[in-house]
Design a protein around this ligand. Sequence first.
Ligand code: PLP
Length: 383
Amino acid sequence: MNTNLRLPSPYTPAALSALVGKFGSPLFVIDCDVIRRQYRALAEALPGVDLHYALKPLPDRTVVKVLAREGSWFDLATNGEVDLVRKAGIPPERCIHTHPIKRDADIRHTLDYGVTTFVVDNPDEVDKFVAYRDRVQLLLRLSFRSPEAVVDLSRKFGCDTDAALELARRAARARIRVAGLSFHVGSQVARPDMYVQAIETCAGLIAEGRRGLGPFEILDIGGGFPIDYLEPVAPIAEFCAPIRAALARLPEKIRVIAEPGRFICGPAAIGLATVMGRAKRDGRWWYYLDDGLYGTFSGQLYDHSRFPVEPVLPHGGERQHCVVAGPTCDSIDVVSEDIMLPELEIGDLVVARQIGAYTIATATDFNFFPRARVLAVNVARGG
Ligand SMILES: *Cc1c(COP(=O)(O)O)cnc(C)c1O
């Protein structure tokens, strides 16, 4: 929900309590000022790179509109994402479709909106575009394994360099335009080395491909840019410095694009949940929240993230080892097995930070505990 609410950050405890008083608990609050701040920080760290927000980690219409006003482009992967940007009034020229595996109906749905750039990583997928060859251009997705990334996205998708050239030949034979290359080194990447290596490998492939296989004028360096969770990471300008240097060594006339998701939306949301009950078990307090692993904290399962959790209004008292659990009857639904918190009471509010990416997007209403209500604040620029 878009509230027209201005909520200067850092939020005060009183402001957070008032939000829950008005909109209920659990709540998922997106701060559009932070969306803008993150977009601008990455744009500054990667000058000349067209940032395509990947909708997957937080497919939210307000976020899309706020980013559009910043000049963002968009990375779509499914029909639902196509429909979302379409309803938000985003021109299709600002979007690319990057799912390497698509049904014909998905391709048609995307073409019907007007998006014409698609990603392929295997021969069958190239063949799916023969019928649309006069309306599409392809990016070939390379795989570069990042065993250190929290989420390795080159295991499931992407091909090696030899296979990429083979795909380019196949596309050329079918008279389908090969616009360039793409890769995704993984999500929440620890170090920039893999981007540098991938950019260098792609430079070689681009040179080869340009000898008759297609224009090879786009290089898509994917997403993966990391944010602070419990462990801080390098500031984004520093993280991107070697990537900037590698991009500067590319031949002229290459349009470089990126597909950031987590970096833009991760820090922009907080989760607010309420203590529903508590029990002392084996000498430790267990606190049961109205949101948990099947809800906003689902990122802890699917995305392997851990979110900082704090009481909104600490009563004081010493911090002690305790357990924070979600509301469902399932024993796996534990947010933290061991966290130091002051003693909490029933009705107390708890805030989780850095919880914008891969969280509400993967939440369920298992056991009929409804997903957190989504609020966007600071939607208008400035103030
Ligand atoms: C998930 C995904 C992204 C976003 O990755 P982040 O690590 O969140 O930046 C970008 N591109 C593709 C193809 C993806 O699947």
